[in-house]
Design a protein around this ligand. Structure first.
Ligand code: SAH
Length: 196
């Protein structure tokens, strides 16, 4: 690992998984009421595991992907680092605001509450926005087509398939409250609600 940007990425990557680990641990005692984890969900989770975790690590710790190496203009890894830090902040805030209602897949918890406060006030999927932004940061920091952009590509796939399914699950359980919430929020980009 001779490229110092790999070390920068690895450090922020460790922060990402530490945040996730803390909330996985907190959610352990929470029971699931409904699970919609089907074959499609499992395939998507596997692709995200490949793109977000495995390929960047293979790139950093082995020379197996060197065929896909390229050199970035020197400003881009700096911009990528800023994107990674902002993404980590949003990732942490959305975990904090979602609390025990979080799950890694399509699930409803036994004591599930609709969260509309904090970073969820203007945006319905801040955690997914954070992971997409993290993917952009990863691509700008790691100088390898596969190790760099696999995270973004796999998560775009995940979001395209999962978003409509997640929103219909939420509508099924929270009905009008979720429909009203949809009207005042953006999906992945905050919606600014102006008072007339
Ligand atoms: N899509 C959200 C949450 C990701 S975690 C985000 O990007 O921030 C996935 C789980 O969160 C889903 O299974 C769903 O049950 C739950 N969820 C999604 N939006 C929610 C909300 N506003 N309030 C409570 N739970 C929510």
């Amino acid at each position: 690992m001779t490229n110092p940007w790999n070390l920068v990425f690895l450090t922020l990557f460790a922060v990402y998984f530490t945040i996730r680990g803390i909330y996985i641990d907190r959610a352990k005692g929470t029971r699931t009421k409904v699970s919609r984890i089907d074959v499609m969900e499992r395939v998507l989770l596997f692709l995200v595991f490949l793109g977000n975790l495995l390929l960047p690590l293979v790139y950093i710790f082995t020379s197996w992907l060197q065929f896909f190496d390229y050199t970035l203009p020197s400003l881009l890894p700096w911009i990528g680092t800023v994107a990674l830090i902002v993404a980590l902040w949003l990732f942490w805030r959305s975990h904090r605001d979602l609390g025990l209602n979080w799950s890694p897949s399509l699930e409803i918890r036994e004591q599930h509450h609709l969260v509309t406060h904090g970073v969820y006030h203007n945006i319905r999927h801040p955690m997914y926005s954070a992971i997409l932004l993290f993917g952009i940061g990863q691509g700008l920091v790691l100088e390898n087509w596969l190790g760099g952009w696999s995270g973004l590509v796999s998560f775009i796939l995940m979001v395209v398939v999962r978003l409509p399914r997640e929103e219909s699950l939420m509508t099924e359980f929270f009905g009008d409250a979720y429909l009203a919430y949809m009207k005042t929020t953006g999906r992945l980009i905050p919606r600014v609600n102006r008072r007339l």
